[in-house]
Design a protein around this ligand. Structure first.
Ligand SMILES: [Mg+2]
Length: 370
């Protein structure tokens, strides 16, 4: 079906409680919802998500003006061609990949609704029915982090992801307290969000954390320091999961060539959409690098896109993914059967990306009207 309109609608989504990491504290996000309307009037939706740097509203305004005219009249069945047109639009800025992803997933959603197929079926079908997730432990005072860890274990999570990177002594102390507070068979990973300033600091921290059973360390160093990451892989027992360093498949290929990654953390938004994410999985598959899925955190629409990719990729890692961000929002524009139960994500149901858009809620959460 031909595309007759594309609207990038700015929204403000409030968190239930402030979210923290090594970079700061946030109480809401400025995302955009992409509404693609076909010539029959049928609609598909995507999400443009970026939790940092003031969000994506400026980027989306520019895309509405400059990109959308190039896409009107294209057919929803030409997703590969639509990706090529969007790639030309994105050439000079990596952040544009976020906008590309929102538009691309909306086209998948519309195509699926038009054909009566779930997106994972269009990707070759489900290879799993649920996705193992990490339980989140945010950067908080130590006793609150221990309490969050206990709650996550009680909720059924088998691996905890602990935010670290501000103070070495506090981080080690907190992780040791979490280790003592949860059963031995619960795995621990930490996310440093690039906070360790040099490779020797990172090695010292990682050796100590390994002693507390931390197997995976997420983005220990600056995203540009591929040599440092490769050195850590050879000089510490921990596995290195690359998050900030990998946006698209080219980044993934560079990390493979540098020997810098044990695992890729794939974001549909950073990869420029569903096809872009699949290409990272293909790079990982070719070189034996595991792939897990990250969380911006996306709200329901973006999380559904992540869930469909996770369901359909044969080489999703046995290590858990992070598709639980949609649970942190106080309000959302869409609802879905997708839910987190016993530490696993249960997949969305229905055609397209498998959510119900609430148009009234979308109007209510619009950020360009008051
Ligand atoms: Mg991370």
């Amino acid at each position: 079906m031909k595309i007759s309109s594309i609207e990038l609608i700015p929204v403000m989504l409030p968190y239930k409680a402030p979210v923290s990491d090594a970079w700061g504290l946030y109480d809401s996000v400025r995302y955009s919802i992409v509404r693609v309307t076909g010539e029959s009037g049928l609609k598909g939706y995507g999400e443009v998500s970026l939790a940092w740097f003031g969000g994506v509203h400026d980027l989306c305004r520019e895309a509405q003006r400059e990109w959308v005219p190039r896409l009107i009249g294209l057919d929803t069945s030409q997703i590969t061609y639509i990706n090529s047109v969007l790639d030309e639009c994105c050439t000079f800025s990596r952040r544009s990949l976020l906008v590309k992803a929102g538009i691309e997933m909306a086209v998948w959603d519309l195509l699926g609704r038009e054909r009566g197929l779930a997106v994972y079926d269009m990707l070759g079908g489900r290879v799993r029915n649920r996705i193992a997730l990490t339980g989140a432990v945010a950067m908080l005072p130590p006793e609150e982090m221990v309490a969050q860890a206990r709650e996550a274990v009680d909720a059924g999570y088998r691996e905890l992801k602990v935010k670290v990177g501000l103070e070495e002594k506090k981080d080690l102390d907190t992780v040791s307290r979490i280790r003592a507070a949860v059963p031995d068979d619960i795995r621990l990973r930490v996310d440093a969000n690039m906070a360790w300033k040099d490779r020797k600091t990172a090695r010292r921290m990682m050796d100590a954390l390994y002693g507390y059973g931390v197997e995976i360390v997420e983005q220990p160093l600056d995203y540009r320091d591929l040599e440092g990451m490769a050195w850590l892989r050879n000089n510490t027992p921990c596995r290195i999961l690359i998050d900030e360093g990998i946006w698209d498949w080219r980044d993934a290929a560079r990390h493979v060539l540098a020997g810098a990654a044990d695992l890729f953390h794939v974001y549909i938004c950073e990869a420029g959409g569903i096809q872009g994410a699949r290409r990272i999985f293909d790079v990982g598959g070719a070189f034996g690098t595991g792939c897990t899925i990250g969380s911006m955190p996306e709200a329901v629409v973006g999380a559904c896109a992540a869930a469909h990719v996770a369901a359909a990729m044969p080489n999703l890692s046995v290590y858990p993914s992070d598709i639980r961000g949609f649970t942190v929002f106080a309000e959302d524009v869409a609802t879905s059967a997708m839910k987190v139960r016993n530490g696993c994500l249960e997949l969305p149901e229905g055609p397209g990306l498998g959510f119900e858009m609430d148009e009234e809620k979308l109007e209510a959460l619009r950020a360009d009207r008051s």
